[in-house]
Design a protein around this ligand. Structure first.
Ligand code: NAP
Length: 259
């Protein structure tokens, strides 16, 4: 298994959980010190790379395949945020957010695709609730994460007919989109502004990691964590006008956890 963003937060927690179940995990991140290899840590190997660099995602996949001999699961978790009014956002930050939250996962999926098609494996994209419903002050971040929805939907259809033709449908690659609300990780201290909402409190990272591992076990396609946030997604999809009215009401849905 390959996990990007394994040096911190959700990716680190997922890596530890997978390794504790006997999975062989190659982790990637920018900081070597966050990637601990066995016997001191949970990773079989670490790949230090900035995924926004051209060719980097393909290089990470290549190194993971060289270590593991193939790929059963790829968890695309590396990401970053920025909060503030859209009009005040420096243009370079727009590029940064699109690069790490959308362009990098797209290239990672592209490089991993032949291996996942060969193994009938699973691609797990870590999106955000901000990619499924509009979240004020996270417009560029939400736009990038919304792109993962398109990636997941398109690949599901493309791979449903392209997977190993001799395999049963359950052996074809699964594409999972995990969309969390606010999670207690260094994410918020690393972006330009810390988390400032009094409610809801960011959920423990272990809750999201366990949910991701369950989605891998069960080959689930769409996971919103916590589950109740799925109501907002359904409302936004079915009655967007009503959702928007509620979202502009000061103490209602605009306080939805983001990240
Ligand atoms: N925390 C939340 O509230 C929340 C909510 C919804 C979705 N998410 C999503 O969950 C994912 C993980 O976030 P987190 O909360 O675990 O944040 P985090 O603790 O800040 O971890 C982010 C990870 O992404 C890696 N990363 C960032 N930029 C990178 C780059 N240019 N190249 C390679 N790796 C890079 C970091 O590597 P280094 O440490 O080596 O820099 C780190 O491993 C992200 O996609 C985020 O958008 C988070």
């Amino acid at each position: 298994m390959l996990v990007t963003g394994a040096s911190s937060g959700i990716g680190a927690a997922v890596s530890v959980l997978l390794a504790s179940r006997g999975c062989r995990v190659v982790g990637s991140g920018r900081r070597a010190e966050g990637l601990t290899v066995a016997p001191d840590g949970s990773l079989e190997a670490a790949v230090v790379a900035d995924l926004t660099e051209p060719g980097s995602a393909a290089g990470v996949v290549e190194k993971a395949v060289a270590t593991l001999g193939g790929l059963d699961v790829v968890v695309s978790c590396a990401g970053a945020g920025w909060e503030g009014a859209f009009t005040t956002m420096p243009p370079a930050e727009i590029d940064n957010l699109l690069d790490i939250n959308l362009r990098a996962p797209l290239h990672l999926a592209h490089a991993a695709a032949p291996h996942l098609l060969a193994s009938g494996g699973q691609l797990v994209l870590v999106g955000s609730i901000a990619g499924l419903v509009g979240v004020p002050k996270e417009v560029a971040y939400g736009t990038a994460k919304a792109g993962l929805r398109g990636l997941a939907d398109g690949l599901r259809i493309e791979w449903s007919s392209q997977g190993n033709p001799s395999a049963s449908s359950s052996a074809r690659p699964t594409v999972t989109l995990v969309s969390p609300g606010a999670v207690a990780t260094p994410f918020f201290s690393r972006r330009n502004r810390p988390y400032s909402h009094s409610w809801p409190h960011p959920m423990p990272v272990t809750k999201v990691a366990r949910r991701i591992v369950r989605a891998i076990d069960r080959r689930q396609e769409d996971v919103v964590v916590p589950a109740w946030l799925g109501l907002a997604v359904r409302l936004n999809g079915g009655l967007p006008g009503l959702y928007r009215a509620l979202a502009t009401f000061p103490w209602h849905i605009q306080r939805l956890p983001s990240g």
